[in-house]
Design a protein around this ligand. Structure first.
Ligand code: HEM
Length: 67
């Protein structure tokens, strides 16, 4: 089985100015990215994960705790 990395590391999200290359890193945009990556960036390799809006907020809040 292939063991390649696909997405970027998700630590230090709070220090990043942009998400996925061009989307300003705000809580709203991070939550939107987690739910609908292809709406933000059509050719992204990140799939839609079927995450609900509350769940996406929790994931975003968690990611902002990572140092
Ligand atoms: C709950 C699961 C996931 C979360 C919370 C998540 C979160 C994120 C976040 C926050 C970014 C933006 C990072 C940045 O550029 O600053 C990102 C990017 C990305 N993710 Fe995910 N991701 C998840 C699952 C996946 C999966 C399953 C894949 C692929 C199989 C994937 C592939 C990617 C790729 C390729 C990018 C780069 C974005 C681009 O420029 O196209 N992600 N992810």
């Amino acid at each position: 089985m292939a063991q390649g990395k696909i997405g970027p590391p998700l630590d230090r999200m709070r220090e990043r100015a942009y998400l996925a290359g061009g989307l300003p890193n705000t809580p709203e945009n991070l939550t939107r990215w987690i739910r609908f990556p292809k709406e933000v960036k059509q050719d992204s390799a990140m799939p839609e994960l079927g995450v609900g809006s509350q769940e996406a907020k929790h994931i975003a809040a968690y990611l902002y705790t990572l140092r």
